[in-house]
Design a binder for this molecule. Structure first.
Ligand code: NAD
Ligand code: ZN
Length: 361
């Protein structure tokens, strides 16, 4: 396979290279190829601790450290970083580099798009989820009050650098979270990802011992996201397909107060949405068994409370539901999807009832 994929945005006449490098030592060469007044690196404290030698070896002017975790996507955290840049007179010709998971990528993307009306940005995603999902597509954002990603922009980076070596330090729950999004691509856009069903069921860690296989999965996933973003950059219709598993998944994530990493809720959400797809479109439930086996193998158990009406009311407030009707992506078959299907509340209730019996028993 090639060592780069291009994201081709016609609207902006921009070709964004997604570069694959095997070893982190190579990353410096790519950064050095950009002319800039100041190279500003943003990362979080945990990633810095794990990759201190590498990060220190980059010829940066400034290094800004966020606390790790979703809290760093707050307005306060955003403003603190802006103050840091202003205090140091960082100008528009700087180059910002975001090294980290989706949290760092999202907040730094927002900083880069707003600071002095836009500074060039490079993403170096370090979690599986950020490699296959959040670093691609240009969505940036911060949270506001209780709501996630309420303030944000679309802002494309100059380059995205993917180095699977970062995955070596990732905890199992974060690997599984990325796998959730990868499986989502398998069910919606590229069924060949599901050829590795057995490997997914066995041990998610094992997949990433095999570097070639890991790279293949990451590239296939990125290709899925790139294709959708190229056709539908600003989230209207097609981009909705990426929300498979997310309507119920997000509601569960809120209901259980972020008890698991995001992609694990996506697996749970896909399970519930497959049950709905079965009720409405006779979707083959052997696919659901596959998800259940992954959850069991990784001892994913939801806490024992499941108030269906509350979960449904959370779904109604999902920002993607126009006029509070519940719309979602459902499947007739693998990679045969229905976008924006308006689901009747009684049927949703029935599906959640079946989901509860299967997943919580
Ligand atoms: P994260 O950024 O919080 O990272 C998870 C944890 O892993 C953090 O504690 C981090 O410090 C740590 N970590 C990062 N790299 C590591 C490494 N190599 N080794 C060990 N630990 C490491 O979580 P995430 O799952 O990467 O991203 C979630 C965020 O992404 C959410 O805020 C979500 O809203 C956002 N997101 C954005 C988009 C988008 O299109 N912009 C898409 C999906 C998700
Ligand atoms: Zn997701």
């Amino acid at each position: 396979m090639e060592d780069r994929i291009y994201l081709n945005l016609k609207r902006e006449e921009k070709n964004i290279p997604i570069v694959f490098v095997e070893r982190i030592e190579k990353i410096g060469e790519y950064l050095a190829s950009f002319n800039c007044s100041n190279l500003v690196i943003f990362t979080d404290k945990l990633v810095y601790k794990l990759y201190k030698d590498f990060i220190d070896s980059l010829q940066h002017s400034y290094l800004y450290l966020f606390d790790e975790g979703e809290e760093s996507k707050s307005i306060e955290s955003y403003l603190k970083a802006i103050d840091y840049l202003l205090d140091r007179n960082v100008d528009r010709r700087a180059l910002f580099v975001a090294i980290g998971g989706g949290v760092v990528g999202d907040v730094v993307g927002f900083i880069a798009s707003t600071y002095k009306r836009g500074v060039r940005l490079i993403h170096i995603p370090t979690t599986l989820l950020s490699m296959v999902d959040s670093s691609i597509g240009g969505k940036t954002g911060i949270n506001y009050k209780l709501y996630k990603n309420q303030i944000g922009t679309f802002y494309q980076p100059e380059m995205i650098i993917i180095c699977p070596q970062f995955l070596g330090t990732l905890p199992k729950s974060e690997v599984l979270s990325g796998i959730g999004e990868i499986i989502k691509y398998g069910f919606t856009l590229d069924r060949s990802i599901l050829d590795m069903k057995d490997r997914f069921e066995n041990d998610v860690f094992e997949i990433f011992q095999d570097k070639i296989l890991a790279m293949q999965l990451i590239k296939k996933s990125i290709n899925c996201k790139v294709k959708v973003v190229e056709r539908d950059e600003k989230e209207s219709l097609l981009r909705e397909v990426l929300n498979f598993g997310h309507t119920v998944g997000h509601a569960l994530e809120t209901y259980y107060n972020y008890y698991f990493s995001h992609g694990i809720f996506v697996i749970l959400g896909m399970a519930a949405e497959m049950i709905l797809s079965n009720i409405l479109f006779n979707f083959d439930l052997s696919n659901l068994d596959f998800l259940i086996r992954i959850l069991e193998k990784n001892s994913i158990k939801l806490p024992q409370r499941f108030e269906k009406s509350q979960i449904i009311s959370i779904m109604k407030y999902d920002k993607k539901n126009i006029n509070a009707s519940i719309r979602m992506v459902l499947l007739k078959d693998v990679c045969d999807y229905v976008l924006g299907y308006e689901v009747n509340e009684d049927i949703l209730y029935e599906a959640l009832d079946r989901f509860e019996k299967i997943v919580l028993s």
